[in-house]
Each structure stands twice: as structure tokens, then as C-alpha cells.
Ligand binder design. Structure first.
Ligand code: ZN
Length: 266
């Protein structure tokens, strides 16, 4: 189980440390700290001085009491605990992105295969020409549509640089699979899943699948979604009704239309 550091202390890095340094400077850290997001000896000394001034144990570790004294918000549900904990799905996910509509896929690439319940062979020549097979995208290999696979490489390179523990926990439950949409209520969907064109990928965290339609997500998926959003992917946690599917990420409607405009879809 990969644990995520909750307290800020010597060795911590990232935006939360920059916020801390900024606040310590506002509290009169002498000499003022460089706001570089790296918790080193100077930041630790400033934390201890602040703790002493507040009557707190001067241990140099920024936990709940020191946070409260500094007025720094508690970490959100994406911080603390394990990557495989189930946490609530926030309301403000997928800003500006729409799940990819069936009409958009059919208009840009066409029907990919014969619609059926299980994965079947792609028969659409245009799609076949754009598929890449068994490509290494960092944490695992996938088969999928060329532009989507290229985006995954950039996404996972960013995750590796910024969240190495999360990167180490990533696995996949598949990308390309030409089939109908799976429903949670037993109904038969008339639509192709976006996996049918290889523009969607399902992610496992530490080998675990996220349960669908429970309004919660594995913490690792919550941490992952901004990286996907930045590349124009929609997180399936935002599917409405009974369709919540937090392991699923797909090229958003906006991104697919953008690829078409750029001539990337043949
Ligand atoms: Zn999926």
C-alpha cells in the first residue's frame, strides 16, 4: 500500500510547501525564506521559530496544530491516507470538458466494429490505420488510437515527475476494446463504448479496480484526474446518473474535435 505524506516536514516538496513558506514569511520569518517549494533546513528553522512563538511543540513538523495556527487549509481528500482509500468525488471535476458524445465519434471516425457485448475485432479501416499496438506509455503498455496513446505518454511522464508514489501504483484494466457501453442497471446500450476507438483507458491503483456507481473514487484516481484534464481527457467519475465510472478516462468531446481539426484523424 502506498501511503501519501500528510504532514509537511523536512524533505517535503511541492506547492503545499510553497504556500507554507509564503505564510511563514508573512509571519515574519527572519531572514525571509525563498519560496521554492523545497522544505529544507531554513524552512525547518522557520517552522520551529513559529511554533515556539505560538507555544507549540517546536518539532519542525507541520501537522494539524501548526497548520491551524498558520491558517493553512487541511489537505483535501486527495491527500493523506492510502492511494486505494475510497473518497468522495468532488463536484468541480472536468472543468470545461464534456464526455465524448457518440455522434462526435461516429462523425469523426465512423462505426468501428459490429456492436456486441464483448471485445470484437475493429473492422473500420480508418480506425485501424490510426491504432498503435502494445505501446509503452510509462507505467504499462496499451493498444489504442495514436493521438490518445501519445497523450497518455505525456500524462504519465508528468505523474512520474510530480507524484512518483502514485506513478508506481498505476496499472491498467485496458484501453482498446470494441464493444457496447456497459450499463449498471442491466439495460442494453445502443452505443459503442469509447474504448471501441481506443480513446479511453481504465486505470487500476495498486491492482485495485474502482467500484462503479458508488459516488466515490480511489484516492489515487482523484489525484490522477488533474493530469488527465490537463491533456483534454474527461474523467468518468463525472458521468451522470448511474454511470459513474471512476477508473475510466476518455478523450473529451472537445479534444476529439480538436484532433479532427488538426488533421490527426486521417
Ligand atoms: Zn472504461
Amino acid at each position: 500500500m502506498a501511503a501519501v505524506l500528510q504532514h509537511l516536514q523536512r524533505g517535503s516538496t511541492g506547492p503545499a510547501v510553497s504556500v507554507l513558506q509564503q505564510r511563514l514569511n508573512e509571519e515574519g520569518a527572519t531572514p525571509p525564506l525563498e519560496v521554492d517549494g523545497i522544505f529544507g533546513a531554513k524552512t525547518e528553522a522557520a517552522v520551529k521559530a513559529f511554533q515556539s512563538s505560538q507555544g507549540l511543540e517546536p518539532d519542525g513538523i507541520v501537522g494539524p496544530l501548526t497548520r491551524a495556527a498558520l491558517g493553512i487549509a487541511e489537505p483535501g481528500p486527495e491527500r493523506g491516507g492510502n492511494l486505494t482509500d475510497l473518497v468522495p468525488i468532488p463536484a468541480d471535476i472536468n472543468p470545461g470538458f464534456t464526455f465524448c458524445r457518440q455522434t462526435t465519434m461516429l462523425n469523426t471516425l465512423g462505426r468501428p466494429c459490429t456492436l456486441s457485448a464483448d471485445c470484437t475485432q475493429v473492422t473500420n479501416e480508418r480506425v485501424l490505420n490510426l491504432l498503435v499496438e502494445n505501446e509503452d506509455v510509462g507505467p504499462f503498455r496499451v493498444s489504442g488510437l495514436g493521438p490518445a496513446v501519445e497523450a497518455l505518454k505525456r500524462i504519465f511522464a508528468e505523474v512520474q515527475a510530480q507524484e512518483p508514489a502514485l506513478f508506481a501504483a498505476l496499472g491498467t484494466a485496458g484501453m482498446l476494446c470494441c464493444r457496447r457501453v456497459r450499463t449498471t442497471d442491466g439495460s442494453i446500450s445502443p452505443n459503442f463504448s469509447n474504448h471501441s476507438w481506443g480513446t479511453a483507458v481504465d486505470i487500476k491503483i495498486d491492482g485495485q479496480l474502482d467500484p462503479r456507481n458508488d459516488g466515490q473514487a480511489l484516492r489515487g484516481l482523484l489525484m490522477l484526474h488533474p493530469f488527465f484534464n490537463r491533456e483534454g481527457f474527461f474523467w468518468g467519475a463525472g458521468f451522470g446518473g448511474t454511470s459513474e465510472d471512476s477508473m475510466h478516462f476518455e478523450a473529451a468531446d472537445e479534444l476529439v474535435r480538436d484532433w479532427q481539426q488538426q488533421g490527426l484523424l486521417g
